[in-house]
Ligand binder design. Sequence first.
Ligand code: GAP
Length: 563
Amino acid sequence: MFIVKKVINGKNYFYLRESKRENGRVVAKTIAYLGKTKEEAEKRFKEIKSGMEKAKMEKVNSDKDKQKSNEISIEEMAKFCRRKGFVYPSGELYGGLAGFWDFGPLGVELKNNIKKVWWDFHVHQREDIVGIDGAIISNPKIWEASGHLDNFIDIAVVCKKCGTEAKINKHELGKARCEKCGGEYEVKKEFNPIFVTQVGPIEDSSIKAYLRPETAQMIFSNFKFVQENARLKLPFGIAQIGKAFRNEIAPRNFLFRSREFEQMEIEYFVDPAKKNECKWIKEFEDFELNIYSAEMQEKGEGFKRMKIKDALKKGIIKLSWHAYWLATEVKWFLDLGVDENKLRVRQHLSDEKSHYATDTWDIEYHFPFGWKELEGIADRGCYDLSQHEKFSKKDLKIFDEEGKKKILPEVVAEPSLGVERAFLVFMFDAYEYDEKRQNIVLKLNPKLSPVKAAVLPLVKNDEKLVKIAREIYDELKKEWNVIYDSSGSIGRRYSRNDEIGTPMAIAVDNQTLKDKSVTIRDRDTTKQVRVKIKDLKNVIREVIGGESLFKFGKLVETRVKQF
Ligand code: GAP
């Protein structure tokens, strides 16, 4: 903001102006008249500035108030993530860019932990799945073969009543209503959301290429090499985590629909003759899912809780392999603490399926803006490998030792999960406002927590305590992301760590000097146990692995006020 003087008919007039960036240009606007003299103008300017600061503070406080509940909206979650350094709008300094997000110090840790836990569970802990890391830009023929250039179409619509733009799928034509006002949509145009780029710096000789809209095609196009190198025998899977890009018409709901995101995908290949012969289905027979089949949707019924064996017996889920992957994927979320009542599996309606799919079920989560797709699990059949055989003119069949014949495997299930959608689910599920503590407590599973432990000397100016606390911190940071925090009261430091989901807070106090023990405070209960420093690493490892902290030491009375 700045003051300008204008001379009109020989008289001085002072105005307050501000410059803002609008559509890439800097535009200056007059925002107030300040008076006729310099002194008058400066006085008025001070008043306006302090009024604005007050309004800004009130807004921050009211935003904080809104966050004092367990059920927060997606906008409030975005604000919380921005405030604590999980996620920033990308390019915020210049007004941001819709559909792009940057992950801050805590966000990158949470995101990396999600990917690590996913990879451990789906790749390292299984004998039948290996991973790859494909390129984002590849030969454009891949996207011709995959059908994405011709068939990957979104429909851009605009609300006739309020003008809101949105994207709908084909099957929603004539049915979908404006999310904002319930008005009728009008089709604007059909639209292929693939981002186009050029490879080669000189335009004349460069080739048109694409930023991959799904990671899956790198798996299909490398299928034969991977199968040979890893000596894979059917059934087997190939997994990948990586960026995907879609020029979404209406990116919205924070991270939920963005233009740059990451996918964690598996293509699970089976012998086409054995699509219903899942060897591990017995383990999941009694596993219960909230099931919402196409038929239930068509009949206007709600979803039903059902055992896997009943869903298979009744033909609701057709193939045992498909059922196995639905259960496995839901279990992954449950094991990480997600509320089972907020998860359901919904079958795609016949006109809703992607061009490559024969049957698709989505795992949906009950977000504050409704039940929405979290993870897709499609039966892609032999669509992709057949297409790549056709377009590359190469034989992609593999020799099946058991049947002594060559076969083109089918993808019976493609679990495909967006990292950012998983990020949102874990954040919403963990977020709690604790009335007693008057503080947000982010009850993330310790495996996912960005910071595993905080090391806190009881007071910051006691050299002996600080020395030990530093030594503990230096030792722990060799294995985990831990923080050393000595500023503010111990209660304040506990709250700060509760808010970012740190499961354990280690306090170094006077007793530490006597018997080389520390207290560990449990984030969720605020209870503390006393353990020896020499046992700390083991305790932390066990708690991250899922053990209860209270197994490792005696409960201690806390002398410090915690909140
Ligand atoms: N290879 C299959 C595939 O890409 P999809 O249903 O289009 O299927 C799979 O996407 C998953 O990727 C979705 O369930 C979602 O988690 C994530 N995803 C898709 N589009 C997204 C977007 N615009 N923003 C964030 N995540 C997205």
